[in-house]
Design a binder for this molecule. Sequence first.
Ligand code: MRU
Length: 369
Amino acid sequence: MNVAGRSTRTIWPEADGVSVGIIDQTRLPHAFATVRMESLADAAHAIRDMLVRGAPLIGATAAWGMWLALRTESGDAALNRAHATLLATRPTAVNLRWALDRVQARLAPLPPSERPDAARALAVEICDEDVALNRAIGAAGLPLLTALAARKPGGEPLNILTHCNAGWLATVDVGTATAPIYAAHDTGLNVHVWVDETRPRNQGASLTAWELLNHGVPHTVIADNAGGHLMQHGRVDVVITGTDRVTAAGDVCNKIGTYLKALAARDNGVPFYVATPSPSIDWTIRDGRREIPIEERSAAEVARITGRLPSGEIAVVELLPPGSPAGNPAFDVTPARLVTGLITERGVCAATEPALASLFPEYAGRTHG
Ligand code: MRU
């Protein structure tokens, strides 16, 4: 997408041939800063400390991290160490394992001397594929939004609610949940997005709002608790979220708070869709609540908030009485029964095992249990 009029991805190989550039997302929306990753340690730090985040971008960063690791050492031990180091950075998004396993499977049979070039080529391939998948999700979701918009009285915008950031910043480009939204906006559909702020890290307020603003998409940031009220009053036509992992049976793991939105949507008859690129589907599990590891992040993310003072200075302030403990589960699981449909790169399907299997027959055999 464009930043200050310049087409920009979230991750790119630098012209020096030895490093990889990323946007430091911890600085948004107050500053647009880029960082160079030069080593395995840099890539692991970028994922763990959320300079990059969002399931697809985590996978892409891991692929580039493998290249950075293998540039200096490319034997079997180094390959396994790089895989293990990156896999340990964040537990919930399945794209991380998907990308790492894919790189390892491609490189392991090669002689060590050929691995660095092959790793680089695969990282490029994974990034380009991500963009193509997201564009296809946009094309698959556009008719849904067009049909919903056709039911609105003339001139009224289609109100879409989204949670967290599943925009281009969470991917290599285009985004998952935002792909149909950008497609609709770009074709002239009158859309308006309710942006959940998404405490505690505020990916909605800091990232989704910044993206939509830059692309000129009308939007309003709301407190996380406002969605149910807006749905009750007919002010939300559809919810579209992203996902960090979908099970073979259609359970959806996503940023904490997604489940509450799905419950409110069901109670109010609002369709609830999940943009789901196939690398986010974990074909090895069915029961998301029991089988997906939920990342518990630092209590400091709940206890503190970062913002810009009137002076322009960026400051971190404490929110809690000193001594009050805080808990911070980072994701939750929305049962498949609450999901109206999954918007995949191969089309929209029900959140059920047979529907997913018929769309992706080549993976369906991997399920168990
Ligand atoms: O913890 P984060 O910022 O990595 O959260 C992941 C997400 O960006 C969201 O859960 C998103 O909706 C799914 S990723 C497209």
